[in-house]
Design a protein around this ligand. Sequence first.
Ligand SMILES: Cc1cc2nc3c(=O)[nH]c(=O)nc-3n(C[C@H](O)[C@H](O)[C@H](O)COP(=O)(O)O)c2cc1C
Length: 177
Amino acid sequence: MKAAIVYESLYGNTHAIANAIAQGLEGIAEPHVMSVEEAGQAQPTATDLLVVGGPTHIHGMSRKPMWELAVKDALEHPEKGLVPAATAGGPGLRAWFESLDKTTGKAAAFDTRLEGNELLTGHASKGIAKRLRQHGLELIAEPASFLVDATNQLLPGELDRAREWGKTLGTAISATT
Ligand SMILES: Cc1cc2nc3c(=O)[nH]c(=O)nc-3n(C[C@H](O)[C@H](O)[C@H](O)COP(=O)(O)O)c2cc1C
């Protein structure tokens, strides 16, 4: 079984979570982690499971202007210790979904977001899940959020939780194929 994990990440948290999800899938499926920029080069082909994740920006999926402001802020204020990924400023998940053909298969959505009440923080995974469904994919798990603190560090235990989530996805997909 093949699994594609497509992520958008400005500061690396969502990328790290994507890698941990892949680790959880290993042994059950053959995971392939790719940034949304890489995924934009080609439609994900022949995959049994498509997992898509991104950072929560202003309560939902990132938008290009906000992304550009965040990159500018990080570059102008190095004391904050935020390092934009080399690919930051690429098309982003919203544009990628617009270019994605309708398809069939199984999928799951995740995000990273601030710790706290999700009614206040919002979560990008809801919008991602909606777009996966609109493209014809069947969600095999509830959208998942992995949490960071106010300094943009993943909370202790979140990488382990992502590995466990990946394992759960792998088990669910192997039961249905
Ligand atoms: C411009 C911007 C807006 C953000 N808005 C929210 C928000 O509305 N809710 C939230 O929970 N986190 C918000 N965050 C925090 C990010 O979701 C969090 O830092 C995430 O882990 C970043 O992922 P990345 O390291 O993969 O870029 C925001 C971060 C930035 C840079």
